[in-house]
Design a protein. Sequence first.
Length: 255
Amino acid sequence: MDYQFQAGDLSVELHQAIDAYCERVGAAFWAEPLNAVSNGAFLIAAVVAFVLWRRAARGTSGPDVYALALIALVAVVGAGSFLFHTFAVRWAALADVIPIALFIHAYLLLALKRYLALSWGRAGLGLLAFLALSPLIGWMAQFPFGSSSSYVPAAAALYGVGGLAWRRDPTVGKSLIGIGALFSLSLAWRMADEPLCSVWPVGTHFMWHIFNAIVLFLLLRLLICRKPGYTGGSKQFQETSRTGSRIEKSNGSPF
């Protein structure tokens, strides 16, 4: 009897409605049309990244299963966010935030491994350090970031890894810092949603989706095009790949 009560209570909690964004003015499925439809940007990012991944797989490097898994995860991010901005209940919120968290941590692990040439063990320790420090960074960032403070550790990781990678491979370092700046702008769109609600009723959260999709695509493109042996894409990436391969060879590590 107690177990049934707890399970029922959990079911009620998971179906509890959430009204967190300016655009939502009711409980209807399409109460957030822009916030819902803008998640298509994640699907576009995943498709374009997949095309790039296929091109890279035809080269001498072979298929990159790690990048493919992250591409699939970006598509799941879009689907989960769509569920949240249509159903707007707690279980849908979990479908939204869990794939995002998985992408952040999986990408960081691969970035430490490939961009900084760490062993899997040291990369894992770096990830554990990030997990340990994230709550503190998020807490310290509550003012002025508010509900967006939970994303500040991800921005800090982009800047941090970019800075560390700069000396080893300036192209990667500059790219990560540039993507970090774009992600910071994306955060600004998220933060502006509620303050601008009275003068812009549709809100700005949909811009967070669009800019985030661009950020995720750029991260995927960097991961794919910096894999040793990649020969596809533009002349810039071909030159970048050759430069990266020489640096990695001199360090005695293929990743």
